[in-house]
Design a protein around this ligand. Structure first.
Ligand code: TNX
Length: 545
């Protein structure tokens, strides 16, 4: 039945998101069927396994894996899918050619193969995003195309805040799926904050036992909100998180865990008050905004967090571990003369030789970055932790804009751009007073689409910096903070479709395929509406219409 389904020859490039660097439409289509043969280079098997599972779940067909040595052309009505390694292609890239009886993919590496199979899924139509087949046994038709693609940036991230509102594991797995579907390859899991600690610690169990629950949640913004009086909480066991890591790996996504210190730690202080810089009582925070309660920058606190990082590294295989380091109020430290002395004794001084408590922030984060290096990992820190005391190998995540990113690169740090003004998806998507999230700056889908990780004009604005900055621009990251997103429905509404716009902004290179502005943005919005939203519909995403 599937074989004679007529498919119109496409006349334009396939409407996938993110848009590929180069795509030439061909004539006709290849229809995958039960028994379609899959020839896979051993290094690319994980991507092939995922593709087999998708075709089985969504269409009820079984692709048959064969030796790469087996004859690769389809015979009769049974087409073949080849997945080959071609190290000559740019990193993370792939070439994909479909004809009437074959799909041939060449991938630079495993990352390229993951991207290629996600593109195949989009070519297969919205039904490829379903979890059960509407017509079991009827395989999808893939339009003939000759496509070459590669990412502009290696770090294409999205942060999910599971601390402010706990998101059940199943929803986190689904979020991974959706990130991967947009060729994103990093999920930063914000696991700890003032309002909740979500990581099971065997060494310091009160962190998850006490720190994972709060008595109430403020509904509305922190100035005008009202407490709902209901307990909220939850944490992930080490095995839950190992499962998330494995699930993400199968989709080419690296999960970067974040343990936020020395601020954003009120839940830690509720669990272990002796680690606080100020007197209690401390309880898991029930309002929003930045808590004044912070860690004492003590050896005792460092010892606890070294233990926690050891446990984190037993669970997460990411080469990067985020240490937070954002928004550290210094009031409590400044009120303690002993901390000025401590700073002085550590050599953290002002020009006049007096102890500078502000530098204890960078110092504290740096000690944990050193510990991570000993575990074979690199620290990722928010840009407030950037300064003279931060080790060079730490990646700086720049949320306050491009200026600080250039400074950090000039100082030799690799950076990831995550500017609040542009890619914070918790911010409302329009000025409409009825938007459910009345915080932040209004950022429409078109605004997010116009995002540039490092605009030429910004670079040009700093002729004082050397032409060759020693630090590298690794990529960019969108943020889904969840103060006001208390369910997966709200997360969907805030995240989509803007994450699709972000994904295209960070995947495509301007030189090759991307113009920003009127026509390009209109083309994207059109492609989104007519081709991509139906995919999200089939996947059950409750995006903002
Ligand atoms: C700032 S960005 C924060 C988060 C909040 C967010 C709300 C950053 C490093 N810190 O703690 O959730 O604003 O938009």
């Amino acid at each position: 039945m599937a074989d004679d389904t007529p498919l119109p020859a496409p006349t334009t490039a396939p409407p996938t998101v993110p848009r590929p660097a180069r795509a030439e439409p061909g004539g006709g289509a290849v229809v995958l069927t039960d028994g379609t043969r899959l020839h896979v280079h051993p290094a690319l098997r994980p991507a092939a396994r995922w593709w087999r599972r998708v075709t089985e779940d969504a269409f009820g067909i079984d692709l048959v894996t064969e030796d790469p040595g087996a004859p690769s052309r389809g015979t009769g009505t049974t087409p073949s899918v080849d997945l080959d390694l071609d190290p000559g292609l740019p990193a993370g890239g792939y070439a994909l050619r479909t004809s009437h009886d074959a799909v041939r993919v060449r991938a630079a590496d495993l990352a390229g193969a993951h991207a290629a199979v996600q593109t195949l899924r989009q070519l297969a139509g919205p039904d490829a995003f379903r979890r059960a087949p509407l017509r079991p046994g009827t395989g999808p038709g893939l339009p003939a195309v000759d496509l070459h693609d590669a990412p502009a940036h290696g770090w294409r991230g999205v942060l999910l805040d599971v601390a402010r509102h706990f998101l059940p594991k199943a929803d986190v797995l689904r979020f991974v799926d959706l990130a991967a579907a947009h060729h994103l390859d990093v999920l930063q899991l914000h696991l700890t904050d003032d309002q909740g600690w979500r990581f099971e610690s065997r060494r310091h169990p009160r962190l998850h036992e006490v720190g994972s629950w709060r008595t109430s949640t403020t509904v509305g913004t922190w100035r005008t909100g009202t407490p709902d009086g209901r307990p909220h909480g939850g944490y992930y066991t080490a095995d839950d998180l190992r499962e998330v890591v494995a699930y993400a790996r199968e989709r080419g996504v690296t999960v970067v865990p974040e343990i936020d210190v020395p601020g954003h730690t009120q839940a830690v202080l509720a669990a272990y008050p002796h680690l606080a810089a100020q007197d209690g009582p401390h309880e898991v925070l029930t309002t929003w905004g930045v808590s004044a309660d912070v860690l004492d920058p003590s050896e005792e606190a460092l010892a606890v967090f070294r233990d926690v990082l050891d446990e984190v590294c037993e669970v997460f295989d990411s080469p990067f571990v985020a240490l937070g380091g954002d928004e550290v109020p210094l009031t409590a430290w400044r009120a303690r003369p002993d901390l000025a002395e401590r700073a002085a004794s550590l050599g953290l001084t002002r020009p006049d030789g007096s102890g500078d408590v502000a530098r204890l922030h960078g110092w504290f984060v740096a000690r944990l970055a050193d510990h991570l290096r000993g575990l074979g990992r690199r620290a990722v820190v928010w840009d407030e932790a950037f300064g003279p005391d931060l080790p060079r190998d730490a990646v700086v995540l720049c949320w306050r804009g491009h200026e600080v990113a250039l400074e950090a690169m000039a100082a030799g740090h690799d950076v990831v751009l995550a500017p609040e003004q542009e890619v914070y998806l918790d911010h409302r998507a329009a000025e409409d007073p009825d938007e459910p999230v009345p915080v932040g700056f209004a950022r429409t889908t078109a605004d997010v689409y116009a995002f540039e990780p490092m605009p030429d004009a910004v670079r040009a604005s700093r002729p004082d910096l050397p032409a060759d900055l020693p630090g590298r621009l690794l990529g960019a990251q969108a943020q889904v903070w969840t103060e006001h997103l208390d369910s997966v429905r709200r997360v969907d509404y805030a995240t989509f479709p803007r994450l699709a716009a972000f994904a295209e902004a960070v995947w495509t290179t301007r030189e090759v395929s991307r113009e920003v502005g009127g026509a390009a943005s209109a083309e994207f919005l059109e492609r989104l509406e007519h081709h991509h939203l139906p995919r999200l519909d089939a996947a059950g995403v409750e995006y903002r219409p």
